[in-house]
Design a protein around this ligand. Sequence first.
Ligand SMILES: [Mn+2]
Length: 355
Amino acid sequence: MKLKKLMEEKNLDGILITDLVNLRYFTGFTGTTGIALVTSTGRYFLADSRYVAQAKEEVPPCGFEVVPIIRPVENKIVQILKDEKIERLGIEDENITLSTYNGYVDKFKGVEFISLKDSFVRIRMIKTDIEIEKIKKAVEIADKAFKKILPLIKEGAVENDIKNELEYEMKKLGADGPSFETIIASNYRSAMPHGVASMKKIDRDGFVKFDFGCFYEGYASDMTRTVYFGDQPSEKHLDIYNTVLEAQLKAISVIKAGISTRYLDGIARDHIASKGYGENFGHGLGHGIGLVIHELPFASEKGEDFILEENMVITVEPGIYIDGFGGVRIEDDVIVKKDGYEILNKTTKELIIIK
Ligand SMILES: [Mn+2]
């Protein structure tokens, strides 16, 4: 098991899981307050009275035993630490506040705290089959909802109204909710990489960029499509669109286990630069998706370089943005396979022209 392996690697007697995303990942708990303590002999989920019943439904299938507590939770933790003679306790230092840590130091006498750093997010990079099924469903919902709202693109339609319809469609299809703030950016606003839907009315002769996704049973999808609203895109609109599409297809085509994310980013970036738009692609090529919308691994020209592994799920989303004119991004969610890849999104990437 993943936690047992981590304990062996770091020579730990126990691990305290406090971050809600990691709690959900390891224990199945979907509530908003709880702590798990894993030792060599036990897996305890400490819940207060508000969450005992829910925890009893959710955590036993993941091998955790519910321990009801009366606040403060540290009193029960101290007791278990003493009973099981825990000396080296792994803690999520990236998610614990200084005051919580000081409280631990004060109460957990004789315990050495070992920093887990980003061990959990690294474990979460590689998806299980169950996780992949949930991501696939989240992507399917986004694809279907997008198709539904395309007819709403007309002169005078407000970006925000289309956003609301899009999010409602995703929920009707089973989504928990949007996986991040929906981006709908029309005409000159499409040049803003993160132009969240505004009160702007959609006007003709420009791009409309949609970047959105949903959570399905906790797992995120993330897709971008850029459409053209007007009779005939100009040569410049077509050139930008085609360059982004070529960059995206080129990058996806090299995906397989064993390649580096910096190399992947470079494939798209070099293509865009070769067409003269190098200065107009300012963000990284992609990121992992899972319980969190942006998670490891990241594909960019800066920061850490990751080696792709089988069953990572990443986005591939090159873009070109030209101030005052408009911008294009095209994004798919992709599963890394041993010898290749699987693109999850089914929405066309040919330029959709809405007249
Ligand atoms: Mn994305």
